[in-house]
Design a protein around this ligand. Structure first.
Ligand code: BEZ
Length: 254
């Protein structure tokens, strides 16, 4: 499968809800003045900046160069780097690793968990939210059905990793983390405007649609809208069937 193309302008203009919802996670992270905090999958940098504004020393990393470029443009006084969460290593360890709505894009989850482990000081904490098991299942089914109806093969695998609590806690414990908190919950998420579903698909499913011509993509997206409208268009707006997994885990002192 092709990797997603990250359109940072579309992300900042129409998907600001991602970082708005993530502010709750910054509260749970509770950054302390002077702590070194790594934000994995920082996107265009809004939550890194929020964490930094509370007195922490931050580094935001993202695999997409376009996102890092936009983050540097948005917050020129802060540090951002391009890094792959599955392979990243750092010279100086961090007090905490934070991530919001990003880890589900990194399909080699054991490698990500290992990277986070190496990034933390002994006693450090990992505070993350990602898509949990069954996240965007209605949208994904609608997209697969629309592709099949148009004569394309049904995708064999989704571009995302959405684990259950048990699965993810198992990965963390295998790595040596102590899991202090885990919550799996439905969080219906409104998309912005009449074109909310169309914009969401353009932003987040372009790795599936990129081999199609613009006209073919448009036809698929319109068919997906028709399929999803009865379930996901409510009171004049699109609402994504988001399910979240929140976890706090600690790297032991040893
Ligand atoms: C999410 O945040 O759950 C998500 C975003 C884009 C694609 C899939 C899931």
């Amino acid at each position: 499968m092709t990797t997603n193309h990250w359109n940072s302008a579309l992300y900042d203009s129409k998907h600001r809800f991602v970082s708005d919802f993530g502010e709750d996670m910054v509260t749970i992270l509770a950054p302390q003045v002077g702590e070194r905090i790594l934000d994995v999958g920082c996107g265009t940098g809004h939550l890194t900046a929020k964490i930094n504004s509370l007195g922490a020393d931050t580094l935001g990393v993202d695999h997409a160069a376009s996102m890092v470029e936009q983050a540097r443009h948005n917050y020129p006084h802060l540090s951002f780097e391009v890094a792959n969460g599955e392979t990243m290593r750092f010279d100086q360890p961090f007090d905490a690793v934070f991530s919001n709505a990003a880890l589900h894009w990194m399909k080699n989850a054991p490698a990500v968990v290992e990277s986070i482990w190496h990034a933390l000081k002994p006693g450090g904490r990992m505070v993350i939210e990602m898509g949990g098991k069954t996240n965007v299942q209605i949208i994904w089914t609608g997209l697969c059905d629309a592709l099949v109806a148009a004569g394309y093969p049904r995708p064999t695998d989704s571009p995302w990793y959405f684990p259950s609590i048990g699965e993810y806690a198992g990965l963390l414990e295998n790595q040596g983390f102590q899991v202090g908190y885990a919550l799996h919950f439905k969080r219906p998420t409104p998309f912005e405007g009449e074109d909310g579903m169309r914009n969401w698909m353009a932003m987040f499913t372009n790795n599936i649609l990129c081999d199609l011509s613009p006209a073919e993509q448009d036809a698929i997206i319109s068919d997906v809208e028709d399929r999803l409208r009865p379930e996901l268009y409510q009171d004049g707006r699109w609402v994504g069937d988001y399910v979240r997994l929140r976890v706090i885990a600690y790297r032991g002192q040893a």
